[in-house]
Design a protein around this ligand. Structure first.
Ligand code: IFG
Length: 514
């Protein structure tokens, strides 16, 4: 008899078939953790749960309060948050800072028992990443903004987890169509669920200049006035931008601003005649062509402009990178481009920042610390590495969220092919470009260009469900990933998308479990 019971328990532990109850391995976690073990039973969150944080660590307290406030609307629980002391109540969640080199800065260890949860990490950032896992182990209705019926069970077991790549990002183009602070904050909330840690804002292009530069006010007064299709455009004041940076930092997301140069610059050329070689301001542009504009590379005022812009932007950007663009400069002579990009890298370094740029920057010098963002040309990526640079992987054919899913889906472009959910997921950055290896790669990024994207619903439609797959590529080791396993897990995210009211694309490739 005893043997039969033991066998039954072993079967349950192995297959997690406890009827109806979630288990850690059946919860559909994305990104998939490195190590997961099921135990029997569950921890049930209640009003009596206490959250403890160790070492009276103020930053850790903020993360604990983030978790408390995250679960409060749907559970109705106003959970106590206290510094860990000797006597802890029986039913508790403890966030603790430990020293475990295996976990790095973002990794965590999660142990869930019926009465106690311990989430440990080397840093509060690691605790924040682990909280996203706890969040995904709770029923999806925990995402709702109104009180829902319980129970609020978190399946027992253990998770050890840490990311493959340090840079896991998304880019939002706010130039082609402008999206304001509230939209950007909402996007930050959604991408943080999948452990994304970088938001690259494409702040300037031919159609719009979107960031206030106090020493060049017409950039937004004139350059910010319109957008693709002729709508009213808009821009971030420096206060708006600082609020976005603050909100992102609370979720351990670093903002990287991009000022695209020397091309994709018509909005600036329309704002200041002196930036043009013929001293004539350009007309504002509301179309979707690319590659027709350029700064005047051999004028001193151009470098005064670049210096002022980089200076002001660096002063309000805590992150170590500034993105200088550099793509599609078809209107700039090659030798002028090489000269310009080299000078801009010096200016960025002067303000204590490092350079990120689209892969064409490899044609110029690559200064120490510079990262080339691979989007289209393999040879540029290989050249950048040869010159000592690192690569941020953003291949148009896999990560561009403005690519149509297929020829029938209404939004997006398809110059880089159709990118369905499988094509977005089923690739490995470390082997997808000949001559580029894991050691050369800082991470993965998913750009959303907005020529055809006008509303937040449009953003959600293109981002979900492909971005969670990219987040997993950046986090989970390639050998742990397979499309067959992933498509079952992304299917289970549908209930979360629904609870979050996300306008996701119900790809026919997935058997969605709403
Ligand atoms: N390429 C351009 C973008 C945008 C994109 C749309 C890059 C680096 C096509 N440059 O991608 O400005 O127009 O898919």
């Amino acid at each position: 008899m005893r043997l039969r019971i033991l066998f039954l328990i072993a079967a349950i532990l192995t297959f997690g078939f406890v009827k109806g109850q979630n288990t850690i391995t059946s919860a559909g976690l994305i990104p998939k953790p490195v190590l997961m073990e099921n135990n029997l039973g569950a921890f049930e969150l209640s009003n009596k749960t206490t959250i403890y944080y160790t070492d009276n660590n103020e930053e850790l307290k903020k993360v604990a309060l983030y978790f408390k406030n995250l679960i409060k609307p749907a559970t109705g629980f106003d959970i106590a948050v206290k510094p860990l002391s000797k006597e802890t109540t029986r039913h508790s969640i403890t966030f603790e800072i430990i020293e475990n080199p295996e976990l790095g800065t973002e990794g965590y260890k999660l142990k869930i028992y019926p009465q106690v949860i311990t989430l440990s990490a080397n840093t509060p950032e690691g605790i924040f990443r682990g909280i996203q896992t706890i969040r995904q182990l709770l029923p999806a209705k925990v995402e709702k903004k109104t009180v829902q019926k319980g129970p609020w069970k978190i399946p027992d077991g253990e998770i050890t987890d840490f990311p493959s790549y340090r840079y896991r990002g998304m880019m939002l183009d706010v130039s082609r169509h402008f999206f304001g602070v509230e939209d950007v904050k909402h996007l930050i909330d959604l991408i943080s669920i999948y452990k994304i840690n970088t938001l690259h804002l494409h702040l300037s292009d031919d159609q719009g200049w979107r960031i206030e530069i106090k020493s060049w006010p017409k950039l937004t007064e004139i350059g910010g006035k319109t957008q693709v299709g002729g709508g009213k455009g808009g821009f971030f004041t420096q206060e708006d931008y600082k609020e976005i940076v603050r909100y992102a930092a609370e979720r351990y997301i670093t903002v990287i601003p991009e000022i695209d140069m020397p091309g994709h610059i018509n909005a600036a050329l329309a704002s200041y005649p002196e930036l043009n070689c013929d001293n004539k301001a350009k007309e504002l542009y509301t179309g979707t062509d690319v590659g027709f504009s350029t700064l005047c590379v051999h004028k001193d005022v151009t470098y005064k402009f670049v210096d002022d812009v980089i200076r002001e932007l660096s002063a309000i950007t805590p992150g170590e990178y500034i993105h200088i663009g550099g793509d599609e400069s078809h209107a700039t002579k090659k030798e002028d481009y090489i000269y310009f990009i080299s000078k801009v890298q010096d200016i960025v370094a002067k303000y204590g920042k490092k350079v990120l740029g689209w892969d064409e920057i490899a044609l110029s010098e690559i200064k120490p610390g510079t990262v080339a963002e691979y989007w289209a040309k393999d040879s540029n990526a290989v050249l950048a590495v040869k010159k000592g640079g690192k690569i941020l992987m953003a291949p148009g054919s896999r990560t561009y969220l403005d690519m149509q899913y297929n020829k029938k889906t209404p939004l997006g472009l398809h110059w880089s092919g159709y990118v369905n959910v499988k094509k977005a997921y089923d690739w490995d950055p470390a082997t997808s470009v000949k001559g580029i290896h894991k050691k050369d790669i800082t991470g993965v990024e998913s750009p959303l260009w907005t020529e055809t994207i006008k509303t937040f619903d449009d953003i959600e439609y293109m981002v979900f469900p492909r971005l969670p797959g990219h987040a997993e590529i950046g986090w989970t080791p390639a050998k742990e990933r397979s499309w067959d396993d992933y498509k079952k897990r992304i299917a289970k995210q549908a209930s979360r998308f629904k609870a979050l009211d996300i306008n996701y694309y119900k790809s026919p490739l997935i058997d969605w479990k709403e």
